[in-house]
Write a protein that binds this ligand. Sequence first.
Ligand code: URA
Length: 239
Amino acid sequence: MVLQRLQKVIAEAGIASRRGAEKIIQEGRVTVDGNVVTKLGTKVDTFSNITVDGEPIERESLHTYLFYKPRGVVSTVKDDKGRKTVVDFFKDVPYRLYPIGRLDYDTSGLLLMTNDGELANLMMHPRNKVAKVYVAKIEGQLTPEEIKKLSSGVEIDHRKSSRAKVKVVRTDKKKKFQIVQLTIHEGHYHQVKRMFKAVGHKVIKLSRERYSFLTLESLVSGKYRELSHAEVDRLKHVD
Ligand code: URA
């Protein structure tokens, strides 16, 4: 169970801004499980009963969606350059969703969107080694030596990438490009592009096809579906 700060929970319930929530707490207007709490930073869980001025706060129900992110969309809630964001695709959904992790602007594929902070924290924790399968179109073609290097770990910014699974899916007749499936368990900035760069290949196109046991099956670009409770539960328990 992930604990959250009381002022954050109050702010997320739409009662006040984070600052405003802090003030409300300090004024002694908040109870947690029947006790007045004035200390900022008090931690509560999803089952804590919280009231403000005697009224129970409405905690948003938790929802997670599997989204097929198109290329040319930013994986943030807002974009200061005015570009289309992943949240723009969820106009019909009345929850404040945010992405679990990111895909680059020019990367398409599977992205989870949620308002479940516990799930997001869990999936993003470095200890949690979720398998992610990417399909990359790269310039040139990998030599057996490069495949070996990619699989056992290449150096990116003085850090060695962890073991990866590499599968060449297709090589074009003129050997100008190759389609490669890469399975990794980490998610650093530009991870896949930098792994290929480390062995001398530029990624021309990139797509994430699988995240843990979830795939894009039956979805088309720009569409989403809500995960079932069983799927969310399974995500929370996979290694
Ligand atoms: N690796 C990348 O380089 N880009 C992505 O969007 C995801 C993984």
